[in-house]
Design a protein around this ligand. Structure first.
Ligand code: MCA
Ligand code: AMP
Length: 458
């Protein structure tokens, strides 16, 4: 599964560098074997997924032991942590990177000790992600889906052991963990994780291949010196949200490269992408990866509609939620992405137009369900009504704005309340106090009116 750890590319002292700490493949494998020995036989295990060598060792240890890995967002508050641990049944484990185990201490399998018991179609990762309502659901990903995706991306981006991959993305989502860690360990590229994705850290890392969410790219584009330092790279890849065309153009001007965009979801992994060396147009996400089929469910005569897809990279279902899993598919078995898209008839290039639901927000590349934030706000004793929307934001793509009916509380207090209960990255960036929410005849808040800016006077 993780080819580099089978020794096929040899070892190197600086194979993996995370937030300033470096390890060889041998050291990583030793630490991962210790994790595997600890968790063997558990139904699933969780770690607080800081940007660290410990999280990398935990992910590798999970694959060695054949035990599903549940990375907990380090900024999650008690409510979110408890939900994830309870829902997944995972045991929480502490990883000590200095502790090493030899091959015999872990489950036996291939030379690197990959678990013999866990097949490629068994769960490898459970990643929690938000829907439009309710608490986050566990997305179950198999080793086979991950391997299929990484191999397709390696082909699309000519990604190889010659590369040094640089990024600073969180290690509890697909982008940072699957592409950014497992991808490096499968292709044999050196990995430099910058800890945080600051323009300066990207500029200093000296990579050939860079990953970022649009917020990261827009901050780099606003820092000409940092952007210029990337001009020696081979490929810049953007994903997790739409890359604004002005950011694309600024990057091209400052680095001499046209960034490649790719599209994906936690449930599907990356399914559509531009190609290294291929034609790249701003505002488009390329063509389906090998093995992926897409279709647009459009009204007759319309060119845009919901993007639906099938292929080997799809998830194995929402953990313990067969109804939600079934609802994610059409009757004829295509996955409903909930994204509105268009496909160029001439060359098959896909363009993501937006989300079908106003209740699914993307902020800084994080997917955040409005319902989850509304429920958290309603848990505050001073709040009687709450409606949350995503407002266009130059830095974050969308920023979370909460409209609340409340007495005796400040906006900052409500922001801190959500940050402490859910996750810091799910906090509203703005709270607007209103005397009542505009509602339709069914009593549902009219969020389009909220977005029109007519509401929110303090
Ligand atoms: C601010 N902070 C607070 C509060 N306000 N802490 C507690 N309470 C508060 N009220 C602190 C934070 O803890 C943090 O501290 C610091 O302020 C800055 O936080 P924040 O403003 O949230 O950071 P940011 O600069 O706005 O973050 C931008 C970002 C981030 C770095 C781009 O949004 C990010 O990492 N995005 C990546 C999301 C991602 O990977 N998505 C992939 C999923 P401190 O400095 O101590 O931490 S999508 C996916 O996987 C699919 C398949 C795909 O297509 O890729
Ligand atoms: P997540 O499950 O957090 O990965 O979020 C998946 C969602 O991110 C998709 O359904 C899209 O709405 C959005 N997304 C990912 N990549 C892109 C992209 N390149 N352009 C536009 N939206 C994207």
């Amino acid at each position: 599964m993780l080819t580099a750890l089978d020794g096929v590319y040899g070892d190197r002292e600086d194979a993996v560098c995370v937030a300033g700490r470096t390890a060889s493949y041998e050291e990583l494998l030793g630490a991962a074997r210790a994790v595997a020995a600890d968790v063997a036989g558990a139904p699933a295990f969780a770690v607080t997924a800081t940007a660290s060598l410990e999280t990398v060792a935990a992910a590798v240890g999970a694959l060695l032991a054949g035990v599903p890995f549940v990375p907990l967002p380090p900024d999650a508050g008690p409510a979110e942590r408890e939900h994830i641990l309870r829902d997944s049944g995972a045991v929480l484990v502490d990883v000590d990177f200095a502790r090493r185990a030899s091959g015999s201490a872990a489950a036996s399998g291939s030379a690197a000790g990959w678990a013999a018991g866990a097949g490629p179609d068994d769960p490898a990762l459970v990643l929690y992600t938000s829907g439009t309502t309710g608490a986050p659901k566990g997305v179950v990903l198999t080793g086979a889906a991950i391997a299929a995706d990484l191999d397709a991306l390696a082909g699309a981006w000519q990604w190889s052991a010659e590369d040094t991959l640089v990024h600073g993305l969180p290690l509890f989502h697909v982008h940072g963990l699957v592409l950014g860690v497992l991808g490096a360990l499968r292709t044999g590229s050196r990995l430099v994780h910058t800890g945080r994705p600051t323009p300066q850290a990207y500029a200093e890392a000296g990579g050939s291949l860079y990953f970022g969410v649009p917020t990261v790219w827009s901050r780099i584009a606003a820092d000409p010196q940092a952007a210029g330092a990337l001009s020696g790279a081979r490929l810049l890849v953007s994903g997790s949200a739409a890359l604004p065309a002005p950011v694309f153009r600024d990057l091209e001007r400052l680095t001499g490269m046209r960034p490649v965009e790719r599209y994906g979801m936690t449930e599907t992994l990356i399914t559509v992408s531009g190609r290294a060396g291929g034609e790249v147009r701003p505002g488009t996400v390329g063509t389906p990866l090998p093995g992926i089929r897409t279709r647009i469910a459009a009204e007759p005569g319309a060119e845009i509609g919901e993007l639906q897809l099938t292929g080997p990279t799809l998830f194995a279902g929402y953990l313990g939620r067969p109804e939600a899993t079934a609802a994610a598919y059409t009757e004829d078995g295509w996955f409903r992405t909930g994204d509105i898209a268009a496909v160029d008839e001439a060359d098959g290039v896909h363009r993501i137009v937006g989300r079908a639901s106003i209740d699914m927000i993307k902020s800084g590349g994080y997917r955040i369900g409005a319902g989850e934030i509304e429920n958290a706000l309603l848990d505050h004793p001073a709040v009687s009504e709450a409606a949350v929307v995503g407002v266009p934001d130059a830095d974050l793509g969308q920023r979370i704005v909460a409209f609340v009916v409340a007495e005796g509380v400040t906006g900052a207090e409500l922001t801190d309340f959500v940050a402490a209960h859910l996750s810091v990255h799910k906090r509203p960036r703005e709270v607007r106090f209103v005397t009542s929410l505009p509602r339709n005849a069914m009593g549902k808040p009219q969020k389009k009116l909220l977005l029109s800016g007519e509401f929110g006077v303090r």
